[in-house]
Design a protein around this ligand. Structure first.
Ligand code: TZP
Ligand code: MG
Length: 213
């Protein structure tokens, strides 16, 4: 089973933002991305499965590949886990259905949701939105570095801030204690996805003492 304890730079793949999805993800992994999630809202099942299998092959067991929402396709595609929102299928029932070995991620937005996540069976949490973003229609105001700072001691699970994080905004999060993050457009829409990933990864390492990969 893949653990998310060691994951630092989590790529949320938005296929429509990528010039070539497989090439973008392969380059991003070379640049330092160490976990990948397929997030594709408007595709039909056949296209979703095609993309998921393509990414399973790009990740090649070296980095975990999760599906957003589609827990029903985890086993048939060979993905390593699923990421769920607070209003998606219940994380408790998905854990029961898929067993202890899959990775389960949960979106959170405040301290109470972060605190509850481990007891609900999550292996990590996403926390957001941090900043304004065009990648997802937001229903909450971005919480920024203050939101992250307010939850860092609320769980022992890995916390991935998400939403509008790029090479310019990440240092504000690192300054309050971020050692990981999740990004989509900052890598998917970059002219040089490997270079973008490498810069984000090195920003995450600024104060970590964990050294370069
Ligand atoms: N959840 C909260 S914000 C967001 C998701 C999936 C979008 C992240 O994309 P980007 O391009 O890194 O802002
Ligand atoms: Mg969802």
């Amino acid at each position: 089973m893949h653990s998310f304890e060691q994951v630092r730079l989590y790529l949320i793949v938005t296929p429509s933002l990528c010039r070539d999805m497989a090439q973008t993800v392969a380059a991003a992994i070379e640049g330092g991305v160490d976990a990948v999630q397929l997030r594709e809202k408007c595709s039909d099942d056949a296209q979703y499965v095609r993309h998921a299998r393509e990414l399973v092959s790009v990740c090649a067991g070296a980095v975990p590949l999760l599906l957003n929402d589609r827990w029903d396709l985890v086993e048939s595609t060979g993905a390593d886990g699923v990421h769920l929102g607070q209003d998606d299928a219940s994380i408790e029932s998905v854990r029961r259905a898929l067993g202890p070995d899959i990775v389960l991620g949960l979106s959170t937005h405040d301290r109470a949701e972060v605190q509850a996540a481990r007891g609900r069976g999550a292996d990590y949490v996403g926390l957001g939105p941090m900043f304004a973003t065009g990648t997802k229609r937001l229903t909450r105001a971005p919480g920024g570095a203050a939101l992250l700072a307010s939850v860092l001691d609320a769980t022992s699970l890995p916390i991935f801030p998400i939403g509008g994080i790029d090479i310019d905004s990440l240092p504000d999060l690192v300054a309050v204690g971020a050692r990981r993050c999740a990004v989509s457009s900052a890598i998917c829409a970059a002219g040089d996805p490997k270079g973008a990933a490498a810069i984000l990864f090195s920003e995450l390492s600024l104060f970590s003492g964990l050294g370069e990969k």
